[in-house]
Design a protein around this ligand. Structure first.
Ligand SMILES: Nc1ncnc2c1ncn2[C@@H]1O[C@H](COP(=O)(O)OP(=O)(O)OP(=O)(O)O)[C@@H](O)[C@H]1O
Ligand SMILES: [Mg+2]
Length: 272
């Protein structure tokens, strides 16, 4: 038996808690999450461009996944691009391919091809199209400019598709730079995903534990308070600290994850 297996059985988990493989309908419903989901849904229905920013691990991707997976596939076409490291060609070739096209070779004809296919999807098939680009802070200037060209294809009469841009906070500042004014002016919604509030951290941890078979209290209040403070309420950091605290509690054979287990976790996570 591995340490993980024995930890799991010691605490009666059906699987290790704080994992990433949570079904969209089983996500924790804290305020920032619900607000992000509602705003992304608004962008989809209004076919607007939305810029959703937030610190690393604040829950942007999870919120987008929740909002987009709730859409009726017979009326919506969703294109999600999670790896923008692929550059201009990769980005637009992926859009073309996900709409069933064979990407043209030259970038100059690839963007109009993507625009045509997006328009067809909306006009001929009657679908509402939503493009969701993740990690947009990594996009280069040409790829971002291409987005504006896509939006322009319909002569500005009507946005042919909704567009959700997920990015780290610095992207907001970059958008405001002169070079992106045209795109910036088309942004219909901006939202910053914050972390959990102090009172939401205990229920958040409890939610993750419950998904793994433990419905009773496992973390003490002071352990939660410390984890919350060090993680600044950011869900991914809470997950990491809570996991470490669990391992520390297991190592010292404790039935409850108390403050000293949480402190050991903080020491490990923040160690140089
Ligand atoms: N509503 C939620 N319910 C349960 N877990 C959540 C929720 N929101 C976030 N998490 C947890 O936090 C982790 C980080 O969330 P996510 O990947 O969405 O962050 P992000 O803002 O996209 O970060 P990055 O900028 O690094 O891409 C998730 O893997 C998940 O474990
Ligand atoms: Mg993400």
């Amino acid at each position: 038996m591995t340490t993980i297996d024995s930890l799991q059985s010691a605490y009666g988990f059906t699987k290790m808690p704080f994992g990433r493989d949570i079904a969209p309908q089983a996500l924790n419903q804290h305020r920032a999450h619900q607000e992000a989901v509602a705003r992304i849904a608004w962008c989809v229905s209004e076919q607007a461009i939305g810029v959703v920013t937030g610190e690393c691990g604040s829950g942007k991707t999870v919120a987008a996944r929740a909002a987009l997976s709730a859409l009726d596939a017979s009326r919506h076409t969703v294109i999600y691009l999670g790896t923008p490291g692929v550059g201009l060609r990769g980005t637009y070739a992926t859009i073309v391919a996900s709409l069933g096209g064979v990407p043209r070779f030259h970038c100059s004809s690839l963007i109009p091809q993507a625009a045509d296919l997006l328009a067809q999807e909306a006009e001929e098939r009657g679908k509402k199209v939503t493009l969701c680009l993740d990690e947009v802070q990594l996009l280069d200037a040409d790829t971002l400019e291409g987005l504006r060209c896509l939006q322009n294809a319909g002569m500005d009469a009507q946005h042919p598709f909704g567009c959700i841009l997920l990015a780290q906070p610095m992207f907001r500042r970059r958008l405001r730079l002169g070079a992106y004014t045209a795109l910036d002016q088309r942004v219909g919604l901006r939202y910053v995903v914050g972390g959990l509030e102090a009172t939401e951290c205990g229920p958040y941890v409890a939610h993750h534990l419950k998904l793994c078979g433990r419905a009773d209290t496992l973390f003490s209040d002071d352990a939660i308070a410390l984890i919350y403070q060090v993680a600044r309420g950011l869900p991914r950091a809470v997950n990491n600290l809570a996991t470490q605290a669990l391992v520390a509690a297991y190592a010292s054979k404790k039935a409850i994850v108390d403050e000293s287990a949480a402190r050991a976790a903080v020491a490990e996570v923040t160690a140089e």
